[in-house]
Design a protein. Structure first.
Length: 116
């Protein structure tokens, strides 16, 4: 059974930084992409950043230049470094992986609150 464990959320002031981590475990993992999504209050879930196994990273326009996604493939871990955070970045952040089989798995979510 694939498990994703997220950490690193919290409360930060506008302009601050946070780093989210997500570790995947559970058997032999053949991962095609490791992604970060978020869902803000009264909003739909949106893709924030994507780190495919092949190819370059991708970002939502709203976070380009501020967020950086990276992977440690030896640890099956994906990170999201967030800088210059804004109140509109407040959301529950979810990591998600898609396997070669096409199955997608989700973490439990971690709350990020940007407020003074």
């Amino acid at each position: 059974q694939v498990q994703l464990v997220e950490s690193g959320g919290g409360l930060v002031q506008p302009g601050g930084s946070l780093r989210l981590s997500c570790a995947a475990s559970g058997g032999t993992l053949i991962i095609t992409t490791m992604d970060w999504y978020r869902q803000g209050p009264m909003k739909e879930r949106e893709l924030v950043a994507s780190a495919p196994t092949v190819g370059g990273t991708n970002y939502a326009d709203s976070v380009k230049g501020r967020f950086t996604v990276s992977r440690d493939n030896a640890k099956n871990t994906v990170y999201l470094q967030m800088t210059d955070l804004k109140p509109e970045d407040t959301a529950v952040y979810y990591c998600s992986i898609r396997m070669l089989s096409g199955n997608r798995f989700w973490g439990q979510g971690t709350q990020v609150t940007v407020s003074s």
